[in-house]
Design a protein around this ligand. Structure first.
Ligand SMILES: [Zn+2]
Length: 486
């Protein structure tokens, strides 16, 4: 007897490094073997004509998150991860979001409890730090990192969330000392705030002015400043949701200079357009996200950056708000652009939208699809059992039928946003089955996972902890690296 619980037989297996015909054998929660003519398992599954990819890893999604406005986004862990699974994403990294004055430890405990109740996908957290006071960074942070939370997120903009330059340095130094990656929303706060005030004062309030209020240069400036600070303290950073050509250029320069900098973009910056905001009335509010949607030249540059490997991953930045008084219209039925919650739903369709592009050979191929949506985020964020189809990995597998073409319907999906900005698109490739740790959790569009069956993934293999100034180095003023003395 082979001892295999299940053998998926005769499919086309795609990994980040290639495409091959192979059977996939599952034992318990893991992939036991990959190869041709594997011995039979207790259950045989015929996947001839199907394409098998690793379950998606969505490293940037907002789930059951409290905004600074006091508003929760539309999803609970149950509805968001139900949508994630339905779309082939088996691992998510949402946020534990501190607001000013809050204890980071209590915040993490709160999100832990919510996820334990509802999550159907496996999960980890990035800890959002908006209040990097000494007790947070020196007392609360170290045990949290040791408990498996090996990444932080900070905002360089938003009045109530942002850290200033000194605080950013504090966070980078703490991350370096305790061994975690720092993810950053990089936009210049002053430029956005200056533009917003002037637009509002002149009565430019329609949703489309949201795009104008986030100047393209604001992104490039912040990425450049972040890269300089990252290099100054020799602390790795991840630039979230790069959206412009100018931002990409700043990012590429930092990479070329040897800065330890990772970069992502999101599905919406690849597929949606600033003109989507210009619809009658408040309809455009559905397309408001930050950074805002841009133009065709930006999309082309972003796709190129994915194809060449300049950018590391594509996340959803799922941030759902309903088009009603609980969400986008919380400030009234006719809000100005500056009164509308920022964010789009996208956790479900990230994989199907990109799989369609890869299958049709638009910009990326299938191995690049796997690298960008699963393998690279799993490696960058230290999830060693995730993001690959290889013996020993968790058996998180998406089985696609590449022959079916379907149209995304209007109206609600598995999440709780009540709409999708991608309605009406025709996609090639349909998910037939999703396995999470060996169990079929989605079968022909029906999600079968139980709320709370997702598992917390502690990430203890983080960056090496490197306290500043220990051991005391010999200081060479010519090197302009005073941080060594701290
Ligand atoms: Zn986000």
């Amino acid at each position: 007897m082979s001892g295999f619980d299940r053998v998926l037989r005769g499919g086309t297996v795609v990994t980040a490094t290639g495409v091959r015909e192979a059977d996939v054998a599952i034992r318990g929660e893991r992939i036991a073997a990959l190869g041709r003519d594997l011995p039979p398992g207790r259950e045989e599954v015929d996947v001839r004509g199907r394409i098998l990819t690793p379950g998606g890893v969505d490293p940037h999604c907002h789930i059951e998150q409290l905004a600074a406005t006091g508003l929760y986004n539309a999803d609970t862990f149950e509805t968001a991860t139900r949508a994630a699974l339905a779309g082939g994403t088996t691992t998510v990294i949402p946020f534990a979001a501190q607001h000013r004055g809050m204890s980071l430890r209590e915040v993490v405990e709160d999100y832990h409890a919510r996820a334990a109740r509802g999550a159907m996908a496996d999960y980890a957290f990035h800890m959002i730090v908006t209040d990097p006071r000494p007790e947070v960074l020196e007392e609360e942070l170290p045990p949290l990192v040791r408990a498996g939370h090996a990444s932080l997120k900070v905002f360089m903009t938003y009045d109530r969330l942002r850290v200033d330059d000194e605080q950013l340095l504090d966070v980078l130094a703490a991350a370096r000392a305790h061994g975690c990656l720092v993810c950053v929303h990089a936009e210049n706060h002053g430029m956005i705030s200056w533009m917003r005030k002037r637009l509002v004062a002149r009565g430019y309030l329609a949703p489309k002015y949201h795009g104008v209020s986030h100047p393209r240069a604001a992104e490039a400036e912040a990425i450049q400043r972040l890269a300089v600070m990252s290099a100054f303290l020799d602390q790795p950073v991840m630039v979230f949701h790069i959206s412009t050509r100018e931002g990409l250029r700043a990012f590429a320069r930092a990479r070329a200079d040897g800065v330890k900098i990772f970069g992502e973009t999101c599905t919406q910056y690849l597929l949606l357009d600033a003109r989507d905001l210009d619809r009658p009335g408040v309809e455009g509010a559905k397309w408001i996200c930050s950074p805002p949607l841009r133009g065709p030249e930006d999309r082309k540059a972003l796709w190129d950056a994915l194809a060449t490997g300049l950018l590391d991953c594509v996340s959803s930045d799922h941030a759902p708000y309903r088009m009603d008084e609980t969400g986008k219209l919380a400030r009234g039925p006719n809000p100005g652009f500056h009164e509308i919650a920022n964010g789009l739903p996208g956790i479900e369709l990230r994989l199907p939208l990109l799989f369609d592009a890869a299958l049709e050979g638009r910009h990326i191929d299938l191995p690049a699809f796997v690298r960008l949506t699963a393998t690279a985020p799993a490696r960058i964020y230290h999830l060693p059992a995730k993001g690959d189809l290889t013996p020993g990995a968790d058996a998180d597998i998406v089985v696609w039928d590449p022959e079916v073409t379907w149209e995304i319907p209007e109206g609600p999906r598995f999440d709780d946003a009540g709409y999708t900005p991608y309605a009406g698109r025709r996609l090639r490739g349909r998910i037939r089955t999703v396995y999470r740790r060996g169990e079929p959790v989605v079968v022909e569009g029906e999600v079968r996972a139980a709320p709370g069956s997702g598992r917390f993934l502690p990430r203890t293999g983080g960056e090496a902890a490197r306290p500043l100034g220990r051991p005391a180095p010999e200081f060479d003023p010519a090197r302009n690296f005073g941080a060594e003395l701290l």
